[in-house]
Design a protein around this ligand. Structure first.
Ligand code: BMA
Length: 805
């Protein structure tokens, strides 16, 4: 029998005497972290507001001691273990004054045998955390410094790299018991670990359970493994503690990503000796292949699930809150549902963050999102010397086993940009003979991935070209990151690339208005007011935003213009990139946008800001990731209409497109009968006469087909007529609708209802209309529904915006 009891109550945290703020046994959250505890106690300002983060640099440079007391009733136990699912990071754990273990890795689970230390009645548990900087800098001094894209020692400690700050995140490197902790008491034997290897061959499912037991004495044991009502049993002789048990499941229903149909999850269960201990998880049957066999052009990077090629409509994922313990299952579910609502089918968990929580992968299993998981290395050279080699091995084993049951998890990747860094970022001179992580990415991790799991493809890096002598970001070879756009070039230069698979590309914009107001109190509020700049972490970020504005949009008159125009530009940049990459299918097989989410309120590449609000980019993603896409793509002096059908059915019908003059008056019409096979692309070369010239533009109909547009000039050069329109506001349950009737061209119409009610949600954005057309926005907001005054504000600037207003 096993009795499990969480130990989350009664904790306090105490700072070391040298800390600038005296912290003496304040209440502490477990799971939690010290920054959140200091905030709750009122000892620090909100690190997300203005420049408060700046004053918190000391937190990561001091030690923190967590303490609690608990009572324990004596029982006839053979084993008593103290189990930590996550300690952040360098900890010394003591029970009743005796040290029971030391840790130095946030990404592992720890189990300590406490039979000899635990007392009947009252017990005192203490976890002392050494400052992460103290440890990491000492390791750096001992082993010798190595390159890091950030001037921080995050590569010398097994702690989330982004804890030390990133180009979208605050530096809040603290400490804490960041995942659950519990006491486990057991009798005779317990199940130590189960790794289910799920396979599917010719429609026949099987689960190979690899089970390890902890036994108190040399007794034999019976294991029963069950899936979908099928079971296999095995007797383990005394002295044997591991077993492999196969359960066959004929004709299982499949697990499918959400855009490929339904999915079925099956209960899997392992029972030890009739109920002495049990292990349960849900699993799913699906196959996954990553086809990277060289072809005439280079090397593809084709993901196949259940034998079907998947065009990866992906986003990069970072921890959803800088203070990780604030991320609860409901928050994760909201975020993942927002991803699905945008047509996203794949989430890459980026290597500068964490191996996500059980809830994250469970939700991806249930909702049908594919997950690519990086091992946790990002943008730096990592030492391979001890203790790091052993820590990385232990962490990889632990997480490969922990995540193995999840059908959503389809690939493992060695690191983020470190192979690229070694090639291109002047590392080699600085490194000399020092290790930098190659041994992890090319040897240790692929070996462990095969040994512990063995059911998922492993790729050494993001990006990686498939051969060590090739440049890792070679565009004709497997995965590439596209960062020359954003860093140096206009977004139209996405079209200079011809990639096989884009694992990162992104373009910044500030967050929603209500989020801006939450993060800065600057008066006057300006694009470059002090706290706005503090919440812009990217190298020359403001200049890069301005470069984009200068190239495309009319001059900015005030902060409202700046906010709207930069957000529109972000959406247009990524729209252009994805439309182009999709037009290259099947040569190009996916695009993973940097980045879906934010971890605090900040100007960043995210589509959903740190306060969970949708930026215009999110709406653009929903358009361009739609199953059926129409896009205009230039080719030489000509123009093609490319129609991409990612559906399982053929797409037939008539697409109407119109040529308009700058006033929006229709000066030419064409109707084309299109027939596009399932998961195929059709290209229609436009007749020279159909191609718009100088100031004219093209657009497709809006009723039966997704609207596509093609402009011959930038908005800044367009001399659009001044926006003219009328509006109707109508009440609906829990909100209002706003119908806009266009009397002139209206370009990228947006309704920023969060300016009136921070909780308002609007169903569309970035709508372009010509005279005579109309659009209806649906606004969910109780506050607006209840207020005629707010309703009036809904139909005017700065809430209702169009480029030509
Ligand atoms: C890539 C990512 C992140 C970074 C982003 C934006 O390098 O891997 O490291 O946040 O670009 O610069």
């Amino acid at each position: 029998m096993t009795a499990k009891r969480t130990l989350h109550e009664g904790w306090t945290v105490t700072g070391d005497p040298g800390a600038p703020v005296a912290v003496d046994a304040i209440p502490a959250s477990v799971p939690g972290d010290v920054v959140a505890d200091l905030l709750t106690a009122g000892l620090i300002g909100d690190p997300y507001v203005d420049e408060a983060e700046r004053d918190l640099a000391w937190v990561g440079r001091h030690d923190w001691t967590y303490r609690t007391a608990f009572t324990h009733e004596a029982g006839d136990w053979d084993g008593i273990d103290l189990v930590f699912d996550g300690l952040d990071t360098v900890a010394r754990v003591s029970l009743n004054g005796t040290v029971i273990g030391e840790t130095a890795n946030m990404h592992r689970r720890y189990r300590f045998d406490v039979r000899d230390q635990i007392l009947e009645g009252d017990n005192e548990l203490e976890v002392h955390f050494t400052a992460p900087y103290t440890y990491a800098e000492a390791q750096r001094d001992r082993l010798g410094d190595r390159p890091n894209a950030y001037p921080e020692p995050g590569n010398f400690i097994r702690k989330a790299a982004c804890n030390f700050g990133w180009d979208w995140g605050p530096n809040l490197a603290g400490a804490g018991i960041w995942r659950p902790v519990r006491l486990e008491c057991w009798k005779t034997a317990r199940i130590d670990e189960v790794v289910p290897r799920v396979s599917l061959e010719d429609g026949q499912g099987a689960v190979d359970f690899s089970v390890s037991l902890a036994k108190a004495a040399d007794t034999d044991a019976e294991l029963v493994c069950e899936v979908a009502g099928r079971r296999s049993a095995i007797r383990l002789a005394a002295g044997v503690a591991t077993a492999n048990v196969r359960v066959e499941v004929p004709d299982p229903e499949l697990w499918r990503p959400h855009d490929r149909g339904e999915r079925r999850l099956y209960d899997a269960k392992v029972t030890l000796d009739g109920g002495l201990d049990t292990w349960e998880h849900r699993i799913g049957f699906r196959t996954v292949e990553l086809d990277t066999e060289p072809d005439d052009d280079g090397r593809p990077y084709n993901l196949k699930v259940n034998g079907e090629p998947i065009w990866v409509k992906g986003v990069n994922w970072i921890p959803d809150e800088a203070l990780f313990s604030r991320i609860d299952p409901a928050r994760l579910e909201r975020r993942l549902r927002q991803a699905i609502a945008a047509g996203i089918n794949y989430i890459r968990v980026w290597g500068g963050g964490v191996y996500e929580s059980e809830d994250f992968y469970r939700l991806c299993d249930e909702l049908g999102l594919l997950v690519g998981q990086d091992f946790l290395f990002a943008c730096a050279a990592y030492p391979e010397e001890e203790p790091f080699w052993s820590e990385v091995e232990a962490e990889a084993r632990d997480n490969l086993a922990r995540l193995a049951p999840h059908p959503s998890l389809v690939t493992w990747t060695g690191n983020n940009e470190n192979l690229w860094g070694w090639h291109d970022w002047d590392w080699q001179g600085d490194l000399g003979e020092r290790t930098w992580g190659a041994g992890y990415y090319h040897d240790l991790l692929p070996k462990l991935a095969a040994e512990v799991d063995g059911t998922r493809p492993y790729w050494p890096g993001s990006p990686y070209s498939g051969a060590r002598d090739l440049h890792p970001n070679e565009q004709a070879h497997a995965s590439a990151h596209i960062w020359d756009v954003w860093n140096d070039l206009d977004y139209t230069h996405y079209r200079d690339w011809k990639p096989r698979f884009v694992a990162e590309f992104g373009y910044q914009a500030p967050p929603a208005w209500a989020t801006v107001r939450r993060m800065v109190t600057d008066e006057p509020l300006e694009a470059a007011s002090p706290s706005m700049l503090w919440h812009q972490k990217a190298a020359n970020g403001q200049e890069k935003l301005q470069r984009g504005l200068d190239a495309h949009l009319p001059p900015v008159r005030d902060f409202d213009d700046w906010l709207y125009y930069t957000q529109v530009n972000q959406a247009r940049a990524i729209r252009l990139g994805i439309e182009y990459f999709r037009s290259l299918q099947p040569y190009c097989s996916g695009a993973i946008v940097w980045q879906l989410n934010d971890c605090w309120p900040v100007t960043s590449w995210a589509a959903i800001d740190g306060e969970e609000r949708l930026k215009p980019l999110w709406y653009a993603l929903r358009d361009v990731f739609a199953e059926r896409l129409v896009t205009f793509q230039p080719e030489g002096d000509g123009l093609n209409m490319v129609v991409v059908n990612d559906a399982a059915e053929a797409w037939t019908g008539v697409i109407g497109f119109w040529k308009c003059n700058a006033e929006g008056r229709i000066i030419g019409r064409a109707l084309v009968q299109m027939e596009i096979d399932p998961r195929d692309t059709a290209v229609l070369e436009l007749e020279p006469g159909a191609i718009p010239k100088d100031g004219e533009f093209l657009l497709t109909g809006r009723e039966d087909f997704p609207r596509a547009t093609w402009f011959t000039k930038e908005d800044k050069d367009m001399n659009w007529p001044k926006a003219r329109f009328t509006t109707d506001v109508a009440a609906i349950d829990g909100g209002v609708t706003v119908t806009v009737h266009a009397e002139s061209v209206l370009r990228d119409l947006c309704l920023f209802a969060d300016r009136l009610d921070p909780d308002a949600v609007v169903d569309k954005a970035l709508i372009t209309l010509v005279p005579g057309e109309q659009v209806t926005f649906t606004v969910q907001s109780e506050a607006i529904a209840a207020s005629p005054e707010l309703q009036r504000a809904l139909t005017a600037k700065p809430v209702l915006r169009t480029i030509n207003d």
